[in-house]
Design a protein. Structure first.
Length: 464
């Protein structure tokens, strides 16, 4: 019997094998686990060059599959960390402390501020007056769905009265006086798009230059490896990002497997879908591959950009969807065409407020020739229970995962706008299991069908 390169012995090995749920030792040769068994047999796999690790009773686990982790963006080590600040005063104090320690700073980039720390929940440029000492400030919220600018940043980015409110990287909020407030919505949709990232790089926002972006991604990949994450689904990318992942693979810094989900926004053309399919064929090795398509139907509750059935209690809006429902349905049907086998649309957020859900979960067939075959009927599966909620043309619709705890909390003066989260996923052809199964987990339905169940939380670290 050939000796292994590595043997871990003396541990409690969780095998994820129903026929043998536990063991004492593991042998690895090259990049493959070649043996799992009892302590008494571990010596058979040890040679003079074998590295031996005594686990000393510790638990040994398989690598984790993280189904939603923005490793390409990661956390910026040069940013002021605002997570945990519970008031505007604390946010200002952290910015001032950062500038005291970084006298050569040219921008104030911040991460992690929480809506609950802001008076009224909506930040304004005036709230930062004096704290940023005349430097431009670009502050990401904890969920990276909104950005907070000060006056200097607004001036540098061309945000002012009469300027366009729809930018490549977000939507500018306008106050009652007709002036932009410094609060930017829709950043997670537009700011992480190809056009948005190019615009931010041209504007000189720290972290978006190619070298800085690559270094930030490598730090995130190292962090993922340290936490035992051996497969990562990077959930939002453009075609230009694929070369960055390929570079990491070729240079050996991509030590985990990575699947890149590709973002499609309203107006996506057939030519782009062809390009995505070409990319899927080009990047398809064991270490890195382009795979599923990501779609956003709406945004988040705090800035009132989640689409609800009724107006918010503290804002004269019920939110809007990014996609017109008819366009969304047509696009899903376009994805069913043979051009893009194995690329499956999914909602980009872990909750589906009622109006967005009703408008986009199950597209209506415009004609029999456009309907998907019966064995590909659409379903939404829950991570808690698989009880059908209602019947809908094109397939059954089921419940889905509840809101994360941080979104269960009532906002001051606001009734809870929704109580159940919903993610959309689609059944896959049996031949596409390798593509979609890692992303969302292929499960056997009660009726024997293959269902895609969406699991995981977009709050995955390093940044989510």
């Amino acid at each position: 019997m050939a000796a292994a390169d590595l043997v871990i012995r003396g541990g409690r090995v969780y095998t994820v094998d129903e026929t043998r749920p536990s063991a004492d030792a593991v042998a690895v040769t090259g990049d493959r686990i070649t043996w799992v068994g009892e302590e008494r047999d571990a010596g058979d796999h040890i040679g003079s060059a074998t590295r031996v690790i005594d686990a000393r009773g510790a638990t040994v686990l398989p690598g984790f599959v993280d189904a939603h982790n923005h490793v390409r963006l990661g956390s910026d080590p040069g940013a002021v960390q605002l997570s945990g600040a519970t008031s505007l005063e604390q946010i200002r104090a952290r910015i001032e402390g950062f500038l005291d320690a970084n006298a050569d700073a040219t921008w104030v980039v911040g991460e992690g501020w929480n809506y609950a720390a802001i008076p009224g929940g909506s930040p304004t440029a005036d709230m930062l007056e004096g704290a940023t000492r005349g430097l431009p400030a670009f502050l990401y919220s904890y969920d990276v769905h909104t950005v907070w600018l000060d006056r200097e940043a607004m001036a540098r980015l061309g945000v002012g009265r009469g300027a366009a409110t729809a930018l490549p990287w977000g939507t500018i909020e306008i106050g009652d006086d007709g002036e932009p407030t410094g609060y930017v919505h829709d950043f997670a949709v537009l700011g992480i798009s190809e056009d948005g990232e190019r615009a931010l790089a041209r504007a000189g926002i720290p972290g978006y230059a190619p070298a800085a972006a690559y270094d930030r991604m490598v730090r995130s990949l190292d962090m993922a490896t340290a936490f035992g994450i051996t497969t990562i689904v990077e959930p939002q990318n453009g075609l230009h990002d694929l070369a960055t992942f390929a570079r990491a693979r070729d240079e050996g810094t991509l030590r985990s497997r990575l699947i890149a989900a590709m973002l499609c926004l309203p107006g996506t053309t057939a030519e782009r879908l062809d390009a995505l399919e070409d990319a899927r064929a080009t990047y398809a090795d064991d270490r890195f591959r382009a795979g599923p398509i990501k779609l956003y139907i709406d945004d988040v509750i705090e800035p009132h950009t989640a689409a609800m059935l009724e107006p918010y209690a503290n804002a004269p809006t019920s939110g809007e969807t990014f996609w017109d429902p008819a366009e969304f349905s047509s696009f899903l049907l376009e994805l069913e065409r043979p051009r893009v086998p194995g690329i499956h649309p999914r909602h980009g957020r872990p909750w589906y407020p009622d109006r967005a859900r009703r408008g986009a979960t199950v597209p209506r067939c415009a004609g029999a020739e456009r309907c998907p075959p019966p064995d590909r009927a659409r379903r939404v599966r829950t991570s808690r229970r698989h009880r059908p909620l209602r019947e809908a043309r094109g397939g059954r619709v089921h419940a889905a995962a509840p809101l994360r705890s941080r979104h269960r909390r009532r906002l001051a003066g606001q009734r809870r706008p929704c109580t159940r989260a919903l993610r959309v996923a689609f059944p896959v052809d049996r031949g596409c299991r390798r593509n979609a199964g890692v992303l969302v987990g292929l499960e056997r339905g009660r009726d024997g069908s293959d269902d895609v169940a969406v699991h995981g939380d977009d709050a995955g670290r390093p940044r989510g």
